[in-house]
Structures are given as C-alpha cells and as structure tokens.
Write a protein that binds this ligand. Structure first.
Ligand SMILES: Cc1cc2nc3c(=O)[nH]c(=O)nc-3n(C[C@H](O)[C@H](O)[C@H](O)COP(=O)(O)OP(=O)(O)OC[C@H]3O[C@@H](n4cnc5c(N)ncnc54)[C@H](O)[C@@H]3O)c2cc1C
Length: 383
C-alpha cells in the first residue's frame, strides 16, 4: 500500500502536496487537467488576499497561518506571490457593507484609515463615488498571483520528492479501513493509506453525512479604460470591495495585464453546475449584463463591456463556510472543500490542515466550525 494521495491539484491540493512532501511523506498527486489550468476555480491572474471585513472569527488562525506559508513559499521558490498593494472598502458611510467591515476591523484591531468622498476622488480617480460615500483604506490588503501560486507549490513539492500525474482523473473506489483507500486512475488501480480529496467543484455533492456542497458558474471579467487617462495601477486602483447605494457589491483588482482591470460581483449568484467538466463553454452576452451595469455605474471611465470573460466556478456550502473532514464510510479520506468564494487566500493553510489530518497530527487551529458533518443531525431529521 502506498502512503498518501492528493486528488485534485488546484489551489488547496497543490498546497497539501507541498506540505506533505515537506514532511518527507511519500505523496502522489493526481490532477485531471494540467498544472494551474483554467477549468476549475483558481484561474484568472489574481485573488484577493485578506481585506478588512472578510475574516469572520473561525478563519483568523487560518489567515495567520496562510500569511506565514505564502511567504515561506515565496522564500522557497524565489517568486513573488503576495502583492501588498493596500485595499479599499468603499460604500455609503452607514451602508451595511462598510459598517460591517468597520466593526470587524475594530473588533480585530486591524489598522485602517477612513476617508471621505472628496479624498476618494483625489486618490482613486477611477471610482465615481457619491458625496455620502467613504472608503476604509486597508494598508495590508492586496492580492495573490493565483496561477503562479499553484505552480510554485507544485514545483516545490516535486523538488521535495512528490510524484505528480497530470491528465489523470481519479475515481474513489472504496475505503477498506486498515487496508486503505482504493483509487482508480483512468482505470488503473492504486491503493493508499490516506487520501486528501481536494477536488474543488468536483467534490461529490452527496457524500454520506457530509455538508452538501454545490458549484455554480460565475465568470471572471476584465475591463479596459474607455480612452482618456485613467490610472489603473495598484497605487490608484488597489483591490477593493465596493457597495453601491442600491446595495450591489462588487470587487476588483488593479491592472496586471493588457486585459485591463478585473471586476466582479460579490455574493451568491450564477448558474448551478451539474457537470463541472462541461463548464468550459464560452461566456454569453447575457451572462455579463449585470457586471457591465455595475461597471457603468461605478466606473464611468471604463468600457462597460468586458475585454475578456472566462468561465469559472464557485462551490457553495449552504452556510457559506469551508467543509473539512472525513465522510461517513470514508474514514481514510480527508475532504478539503475551500467552498464559498474566499478559499484561495487560505489555500496554504488549508493544505497544511489537510496534511495534518491525513497524518493524524493535531491540527494547528480549531476547525470545528468547518466540520464536514456539521449538518448531519439536520440531514438525518429530514430523511
Ligand atoms: C471568479 C472567482 C473569484 C474569486 N475570488 C477570490 C478571492 O478574491 N479571494 C479568495 O481567497 N478566493 C476567491 N475565490 C475562491 C477561490 O478561488 C476558491 O475558493 C479556490 O480557488 C478553490 O480552490 P480548490 O483547490 O478548492 O479548487 P480548484 O483550484 O478548482 O482545484 C480542484 C482541482 O481538482 C481537480 N480535480 C477534480 N476532480 C478530480 C479528479 N477526479 N481527479 C483528479 N483531479 C481532479 C480539478 O481539475 C482542479 O484542478 C474566487 C473564485 C472565483 C471563481
């Protein structure tokens, strides 16, 4: 029997592979597509890193560990993965989003500066704000280079001895207790003592006793300036979360490529995905209407039609919280679902947890809020 397999080498799986290989554990990673591909949930240049207001209490230890590990990975590979560009939470002064972010920042003693609309216009001219708007300026927010981060973890894991297989789709056949887990990799069987299942949108929706997770299709969209001289670099257009007076909330990133700035809508929307492998059909005009309207209202200096739009997937748990643990009947399988739209920043911390759980180590954080079986009594009552 082999030692540990990691199924799915996206954001979480690549990091789990690295953390296991670092411990000297013989580990094999399987990925159905190529390294840092664009068919899952982790592509599109950038992902937001910690910004005030986005870290409810159970995620705090993960945020701290992720911060350390992102920097470790940078040191180990010599690559710049974390860009601390600063960030903005913008909206009406008493609006729900700004109010919640301000409250969380104060409760967690996170430093920020609150500026009024005139100052927003002066410092961040691409944002067309109303007189009653404010911005909370977070000096430590920023973004992560998403594909680079995955590639870095894979390269590092391989250098530490991990075996990787790309273009390799895995099926979990059975968990045979002391005899480990039988996997079928494109028809070839291999048996492992423990398996980390970090398959993102492909994590089965009906694992026995587990939180039901479900992927939806949303798109990543980029917008270019409409002529003129709109500064879109990180200093003038840092990462942001922005609530409009009518309640729509969007997020965005500075320009890092000739696609323009990436802007998207926050919240639960999108089309349910029945088959994650078939989510690669091109983005249709109707799918970008809402984000185009948001861009038109918030950024009049940008073209409102995206220069580029690519499909992506977010996987949701009903309570919008990670799902971690072993399903009933699969005690040797550790499911790591970074579900609910904010999993990238924590990926190294999730990978570390996966390694600890797979090896029977004490996890570095209290993960009871993420328990995979937390809905089980409800599910049983419904059955
Ligand atoms: C548009 C968008 C914006 C986002 N913005 C942010 C943000 O700003 N900040 C943030 O922190 N998070 C953000 N998120 C969420 C974050 O990107 C995800 O939580 C995270 O990337 C999920 O990582 P994952 O490893 O679970 O999934 P993935 O990276 O998709 O990895 C799963 C992998 O498993 C592979 N796989 C599946 N089944 C099998 C199989 N049977 N055999 C072998 N391989 C298999 C897949 O091919 C895939 O590579 C965003 C998500 C989207 C879609």
């Amino acid at each position: 029997m082999e030692e540990v397999a990691v199924v799915g080498l996206g954001a979480v799986g690549s990091m789990a592979l690295w953390r296991l290989a670092l411990r000297g554990v013989p580990v094999v990673g399987f990925e159905r597509f190529g390294p840092a591909h664009s068919r899952g949930s982790s592509h599109g240049e950038t992902r937001m890193n910690k910004i005030i207001g986005d870290q409810p209490a159970p995620y705090k230890p993960l945020a701290k560990r992720a911060d350390e590990l992102w920097h470790d990975l940078e040191r180990e590979t010599g690559l710049e993965l974390v860009v601390e560009s600063g960030g903005l939470v913008i909206g009406p002064k008493r609006g729900p989003y700004v109010t919640r972010a301000r409250r969380l920042a104060e409760a967690q003693s996170m430093p920020y500066e609150e500026i009024d609309a005139a100052e927003v216009r002066r410092r961040y001219p691409a944002h067309a704000v109303e007189d009653g708007d404010v911005a909370l300026v977070d000096p430590h927010a920023g973004y992560l280079r998403s594909e680079d981060g995955i590639r870095a973890a894979l390269t590092r894991a391989e250098a530490l001895g991990a075996e990787t297989h790309f273009g390799a789709a895995v099926r979990l056949v059975s968990d045979d207790g002391a005899d480990g887990v039988l996997l079928s990799i494109d028809g070839v069987e291999r048996r492992f003592r423990r398996v980390v299942l970090s398959a993102g949108a492909w994590i089965p929706q009906d694992l026995p006793g587990a939180v039901p997770v479900a992927p939806v299709r949303i798109n990543a969209t980029w917008f270019r300036p409409e002529g003129g001289d709109v500064p879109l670099d990180a200093e003038h257009f840092p990462v942001f979360m922005r609530e409009l007076p009518d309640g729509r909330i969007g997020w965005g990133f500075p320009q890092v490529s000739d696609r323009g700035v990436k802007i998207g809508l926050h919240g639960r929307y999108g089309t349910p995905v029945a088959d994650a492998t078939a989510n690669d059909r091109p983005v249709e005009a109707a799918e970008v209407r809402a984000i185009s309207a948001y861009v038109r209202d918030a950024f009049p200096g940008l073209e409102s039609l995206p220069s580029t739009a690519v499909p992506c997937m977010v996987t949701w748990a009903p309570d919008e919280t990670f799902a971690i643990g072993s399903p009933r009947d699969w005690p040797n399988v550790v499911v790591m679902s970074a579900c609910s739209g904010h999993g990238f920043k924590y990926a190294p911390a999730s990978g570390e947890l996966a390694a600890q759980l797979a090896l029977g180590e004490e996890p570095y954080a209290d993960i009871s809020a993420f328990d995979l079986t937390r809905f089980e009594p409800e599910q049983e009552a419904r059955a």
